[in-house]
Design a protein around this ligand. Structure first.
Ligand SMILES: CC(C)(COP(=O)(O)OP(=O)(O)OC[C@H]1O[C@@H](n2cnc3c(N)ncnc32)[C@H](O)[C@@H]1OP(=O)(O)O)[C@@H](O)C(=O)NCCC(=O)NCCS
Length: 150
């Protein structure tokens, strides 16, 4: 059951949340030095087709995040993170549902996400929420200098 010490709903992140978000992503293993959080947060908030939501407790400490957006075709989910103190209380599932709603309201009908092949825990979590694995290879290429190197 979702903890009672949370605010009732998440809100859209603000740039001033970046230090707290960075801390949460470090605690939950989502921080990657080559993806500076300040860049990823600002970029997601700068476009009307993407957003980053944060969920705070009653002391206004950010304890969970989810980033969603669409590319004009599919909806994507990133940076789903729940603080260890609040995991296994239904918050991750609720944030995925809120992200799905945000995209559904913008006409998206199919969601996708990327989980590292070796991360079977996350694959099991998303399977539990109705996601299925695709037999595809994700390919990547830098087409500009990565933010971390600028
Ligand atoms: C993954 C994460 C967001 C899950 O959030 P959570 O709040 O702990 O999960 P919930 O309590 O909402 O779980 C929802 C449901 O999924 C189930 N579940 C949770 N983890 C699971 C797992 N590893 N495998 C299968 N089911 C799982 C729960 O039992 C619950 O089941 P129910 O619907 O029958 O009650 C959280 O553990 C986390 O922040 N992990 C670190 C960051 C991370 O790896 N993010 C994803 C990047 S791809």
């Amino acid at each position: 059951m979702i903890a009672t010490n949370l605010l009732p709903i998440p809100r859209t992140a603000l740039e001033t949340d970046i230090p707290a978000i960075t801390k949460l992503w470090q605690e939950t293993g989502l921080y990657r030095p080559y993806n500076p959080p300040e860049w990823d947060v600002r970029f997601a908030l700068s476009d009307r087709n993407s957003t980053l939501m944060v969920w705070e407790d009653i002391n206004n400490t950010i304890i969970a995040t989810v980033m969603v957006g669409h590319d004009g075709h599919r909806g994507w989910i990133y940076y789903l993170a729940v603080a260890p103190s609040h995991q296994k209380t239904g918050l991750g599932k609720k944030l995925v549902a809120i992200g799905e709603d945000w995209l559904r309201n913008r006409g998206v009908w199919r969601m996708q996400l990327m989980v590292r092949s070796e991360n079977s825990t996350m694959q099991d979590f998303y399977r539990h929420l109705g996601y299925r694995a695709l037999d595809v290879t994700v390919m990547q290429k830098d087409i500009d200098i990565p933010p971390a190197d600028r």
